[in-house]
Design a protein around this ligand. Sequence first.
Ligand SMILES: C=C(O[C@@H]1C=C(C(=O)O)C=C[C@H]1O)C(=O)O
Ligand SMILES: NC(=O)CC[C@H](N)C(=O)O
Length: 824
Amino acid sequence: MAPLLGTWDDASPGGAVASSSGYEDSTQGNILYVDAYDSFSYNVVAMIEDNLNAKVTVLTIDSEWPNGNMKGFLQQFDAVVLGPGPGHPENPQDVGIMRDFWSLEEPDLVPVLGICLGFQSLCLHHGVSVDRLPFPLHGQVRQVVTTGKDIFENMNSLDVTLYHSLYARMGGFAEEVPDLNILAWLFLDDETLSATKQVPMAVRHSRKPFWGVQFHPESCKSDTQACQRLIRRWWENSVLFNKKTGRTVQRDRLADPVVSSNGVHTLPDVARTMLDWSTSSSTRSASRVLDTESLNAEIVNEHLNVPGSPNVLFQSNGRYSVISVPSPGSWRLEYTAQSEKLLLEQLPSGHRTENDPDPHSDRAEAVLSVSQFWDSLRYLMEVKKVDVGPGSLPFWGGFLGYFSYEMGLACLAHPKTSPDLLSHDEDAPGPAKSVFEDPPDASLLWTERSIVLDNETLKITIQSTRSSDDLPGGWLDQVSQLLTELSRNHDSLNTKKEDVADTEFLDSLLQQSTTDFPNKEVYRQQFDACMAELKAGESYELCLTTETSVVFQTPEKDQSALPWKLYKRLRGYNPATFSAYANLGNVKVISSSPECFLNWDRHSTLEMKPMKGTVRKTADMTLDKAKEILSSTKEMAENLMIADLIRHDLYGICGSGRVQVKKLLEVEDHGRVYQMITHVKGEVDHRTPGVSVRDMPQLRTPTMSVHGLTALQKCLPPGSMTGAPKERSCMHLCHIENRKRGIFSGVMGFLDLGGAGSFSVLIRTGFTCTNDNCDSQVWRIGAGGAITVLSTVDGEWEEMLTKLQTVRNIFSPSSNARDITSQV
Ligand SMILES: C=C(O[C@@H]1C=C(C(=O)O)C=C[C@H]1O)C(=O)O
Ligand SMILES: NC(=O)CC[C@H](N)C(=O)O
């Protein structure tokens, strides 16, 4: 059979195909992308749509061919891209429908580009064995040498990011494979290898229109221009193939989208109850502004919230401290993903006036699926939208609260509900700790009245969405007067005395506390289990975490004030950009998180700022030294993998062309540690949604709170707390850690009725889920770090302890030694 692609040297499509769209006219192409549940898939989709005049349709590897007719279905596409993914190409479940392409023959042949796992699948099915590399290359940028031909025309080498543990054993000393021509190589030099190893990095089939690259052209650290050129060259070659073979693409038949909405979405009745309970909230947030330097968020909170009552204080991005204030219209909700139970509770108002009679407390319960739960929140946020409020403030009223790590697991494409976690998994290295009561997976406080302190301008805004609060002499005026008097009469000497009394009180309790630290031997086994998965190609990075618990007796008196006192101690010891406190039912959270998960504004912008790379602050550690340490291959790779994952998450919401990396791998001072961060921004346009929300008719609205909420739902759990690829890494971590993380690794923040939102990652956080009448409290503190193939068990253990220490130290009497290394 004559080669369909022309001869080896004849790869250039020449003048016949003029434009970079691949076609002579402006015809838009259709490309099918086969997604292996990777966390970089939508980066590939965006690279294609941004550089080729083509529209991408996504099908996951476990899909059935529509109508059972693969060949018929493929007629709608000009070409196909098979994406990267976890696992081994030999495992049918890891590659799914990818395998079906390799046996296609004329006239059903369709141009294919395999990336990483897609490349390995191509090689495997042409007789090449796929083995483990001597050391995996995850998130590492390497120079690849090319033949300068075909898709690499006029390109002798290029820098690209690698994310693989496996490789195709061909060329070099291995046998030649007649059907596959190697287009690019990586030369591996390492002291652990006796000789330089040649690893194939790109191939082209000699007869069929199949190409493959082992590297990740879509990564933000790959040479963008070179990768754009190669993707265009592949497209031109594909179009040329279709032309030469007379393959006509039936573009008009393509239903949009192929992954259709899974049925009608109905709102549960409880959404109506939520709405009924919110009737006192209007479409306007009225406010009073005070200029006062002598008050801080803690003082204000103490004066407007009774100890032990439902209350959230959340500091967003280091700038705004948002404080909930009770009102007659306050209510809260708790949702548990595993049992699908939603509980609503009306709250008695703590700070009542004569005009605001106390409503009797009421409860409602319902069973609803995780997606119905999110739909109910979307519905309420949309219907109760606030149109006018104090201009620049990011919160005008709405919800304050948290979502747990398990809530995130329940939001994955293959939800990991946790019945398996409840029973002890005998094979798992970690001990199952089901002795503690687990917190609800979402807990939110409906907040009509709030105070926002701007820590930059030092202005205090008192605001309410209750129309009656704006009347002369109403709640706004009353609180304004109260805070003005408080600032005048505030006695800082007295505050100091109270602080000393609090310290003595806490110290006396903590003297008798017992701490259960993680066990290093268990940690070592968990670390080894992570390494095994990384080497097998199952994951590129795993965020392994541990739990420490502190138990102490609580006195009958002042019991309800304890969490608040602990919060103030934490705030003093480890001030953080996202310091937060929550008292929601049995759950109390004290957080000193430095990490932003997701912010969104009222117009269209979403931003995420993942952190990876931590250096402990010691007497001789400077920012410059920390930068030097964090510029190592290991640390850069750790952060880069999450940066690429976050880009994918945001592309999934915003769509191609609308995500930008603002900062990549920058080192910042975060109190007791230096951290490396990345900053990614995306713009939402409800008319052209990203791939992960294309099948959601609920999003055909310009209301930004609905889009922000959906981004939250789709991006949980935070990628920096899972590793990449997220789905597969979560699966392994559930097994390896063998416990519920609970609130640790979840997110906390606010959903603003004006449209905005802000959520931190719940790290450097302690939480308890103890009934107020209990005579002891158990506080749980999570800590961990990303394990990559370049990690060492001792290095990771130390890093985990550094993070643990930022919270655990407030649970030891203040006179005790602060370095926990000797205590574990
Ligand atoms: C897991 C934690 O932190 C996460 C892991 C980091 C790392 O590996 O360097 C940094 C910030 C967080 O995303 C923790 O603080 O316990
Ligand atoms: N990024 C990928 O597609 C990885 C492929 C395969 N799981 C490996 O580790 O080699």
